[in-house]
Design a protein around this ligand. Structure first.
Ligand code: ATR
Length: 505
């Protein structure tokens, strides 16, 4: 079973011990990063392991390898020797592991380590997967069979992550540590078992004096608690979220919390990527069972589907993928999530005789429009890019316009319900009110599909005018419940609703 290793990067040994004691319950082992210590503290490292009551890795990382040590190889080797000196016959009082770079050849140091049970981690940094035969390297790097190979591979593309995954899978019997360094490899830290890595390094990011030492590294509490790292095995079913969802944290929390409470052997991870084609290969290689698909992939994913639900065919956007023996099956849970949420908000069972404005004409608006049509509403679609509004409206014989004076004037006749579906306000200084020229009269029921904050500028303005308002959190929960049912084949356990609501407040 893969282990969580807490990286200790504070400036003093005392502080490192304090951090270790605080996060001990999440860690299986610790790495003392001697290069992060103040120079005078570095001479006191020998006594550190005996105070920790857990296996400790001794690492003195050079600046050229991404560390902070720049005082020359002679003094680095001396420090390593000091860390191993006066070895105790009780091995627990010695460093359990010594990290030695591939190019450091000091047989006396290795002998000293081996004599008292300190295992050698043979590390190699900045290994470019495009230039190196990773599998060959994993197999050949060890100086002897009892060494653990550690490869740190900077990942700039999803292809780099896939190469590392494949190389790791090719040598299942060998103890190794594989690190996909960078944001695109973040899930490899959670799925260490699947990547064939013996350790996942994590840090205590809530401590102000713990610098980020490796891109993509996770917070130890998040790794242990949110992802339940210690219960992940190669049998654990893997689910995740693709794209650039600003609210991915909600999905991660939703699914992992339910998997935990229901004791389901599954994990849900973030899948950032730079290429959908390569990612789908990787998902196959990782045996991913299901995916939540977000912006900007909801349409691009459709050619990868073997089968699609009527909703996907109709809306031409897919936000849920489930793996089946025949391939990927696509569904759209946003449509029903939206309409169930809207009807509950209004206390109605249909939208007959209701006149509705939809702001936006993207994937989310398409799901909204199809449900408005199904429920009998008449709608006006307004969009910044007018031809998209026209295209969407023509599918349902709705009216359309731009986000200009003319379009805004048309809203007066479609103002029972106003639904904001655009991503306006999610980036930079964007004010988050695409219809700022519209004056609410106070009678409108207003919904914004966004839910990052309780009220967007648009919703605040509507609420101030006396309108009933709702953000997209309820819709999110409902569509996620449908997704859960598709992923697991089980109904969403209703008793968990109260728990989720509590967490959202
Ligand atoms: P989604 O699946 O979330 O709907 P999308 O398909 O990319 O994402 O659609 C984004 C929608 O938000 C579009 O209607 C887009 O308008 P354009 O078609 O003109 O691009 C709209 N949008 C994004 N940013 C906006 C902004 N700042 N002001 C107005 N509309 C915006």
């Amino acid at each position: 079973m893969a282990k969580i290793c807490l990286c200790l990067t504070a400036k003093t040994l005392e502080r490192n011990l304090e951090i270790l004691n605080k996060y001990r319950k999440y860690a299986d082992m610790a790495e003392l990063r001697v290069d992060c210590l103040e120079p005078n503290e570095r001479f006191l490292i020998r006594r550190f392991p005996e105070q920790t009551d857990m296996p400790v890795i001794l690492t003195i990382r050079r600046d050229v390898d991404g560390g902070f040590f720049n005082s020359g190889e002679g003094s680095r080797i001396n420090l390593m020797a000091q860390g191993l000196a006066y070895a105790d016959t009780d091995r627990r009082r010695n460093f359990a592991y010594l990290d030695i770079e591939e190019d450091l050849n000091v047989p006396s140091l290795e002998e000293a380590a081996r004599a008292f049970g300190t295992r050698i981690i043979r590390s190699s940094h900045n290994v470019k997967s495009s230039c190196v035969d990773l599998l060959g390297k994993i197999r050949s790097m060890r100086h002897s069979e009892d060494e653990i190979v550690k490869l740190v591979v900077p990942v700039n593309t999803t292809r780099d992550v896939l190469d590392l995954l494949r190389a790791g899978k090719e040598c299942p019997g060998q103890e190794k540590i594989l690190i996909a360094l960078g944001h695109l490899g973040v899930y490899s830290r959670i799925l260490a078992e699947q990547f064939g890595s013996f350790i996942s390094y994590a840090s205590a990011f809530s401590e102000p004096d713990t610098p980020v030492i490796a891109q993509g590294q996770l917070d130890i509490k998040e790794l242990a608690k949110l992802y339940r790292f210690r219960s992940i095995t190669t049998n654990t079913k893997v689910y995740g979220i693709t794209g650039f969802p600003p609210n991915a944290a909600r999905n991660l929390h939703f699914f992992n919390m339910i998997f935990g409470l229901e004791d389901i052997d599954s994990v849900y991870v973030p899948f950032p990527m730079d290429s959908l084609d390569t990612f789908m290969e990787l998902a196959q290689e990782l045996s991913v069972k299901g995916l939540s698909v977000t912006v900007p992939y909801k349409e691009a994913i459709i050619p990868f589907l073997e089968g699609q639900s009527p909703d996907v065919q109709n809306i031409k956007a897919c936000n849920t993928l489930c793996h089946s023996p025949h391939g990927w099956m696509g569904a759209n849970t946003e449509a029903r999530g939206f309409s169930d949420s809207l009807l509950a908000f209004l206390g109605k069972s249909n939208l007959k005789r209701m006149r509705v404005t939809v702001i936006g004409a993207g994937g989310a608006a398409r799901a909204v429009a199809s449900e408005l049509y199904r429920l009998g509403a008449k709608a006006l679609i307004l969009n910044r890019t007018v031809h998209k509004a026209r295209n969407l409206a023509s599918s349902y014989k709705f009216t359309w316009g731009g986000l200009d004076n003319r379009g805004i004037d048309m809203m007066d006749k479609y103002s029972d319900i106003i639904i904001q579906t655009t991503s306006a306000g999610m980036e930079g200084n964007d004010p988050g009110d695409p219809v700022a020229m519209y004056s609410f009269c106070g009678q409108e029921s207003v919904m914004d599909l966004l839910y990052r904050s309780e009220k967007t500028d648009f919703l605040k303005r509507a609420a101030d005018a006396g309108c009933r308002v709702q953000n997209g959190y309820d819709m999110f929960i409902r569509q996620a419940q449908f997704q859960y049912a598709l992923f697991t084949g089980k109904e969403f356990p209703e008793y968990l609703m109260a728990r989720l609501q509590m967490d959202s407040e």
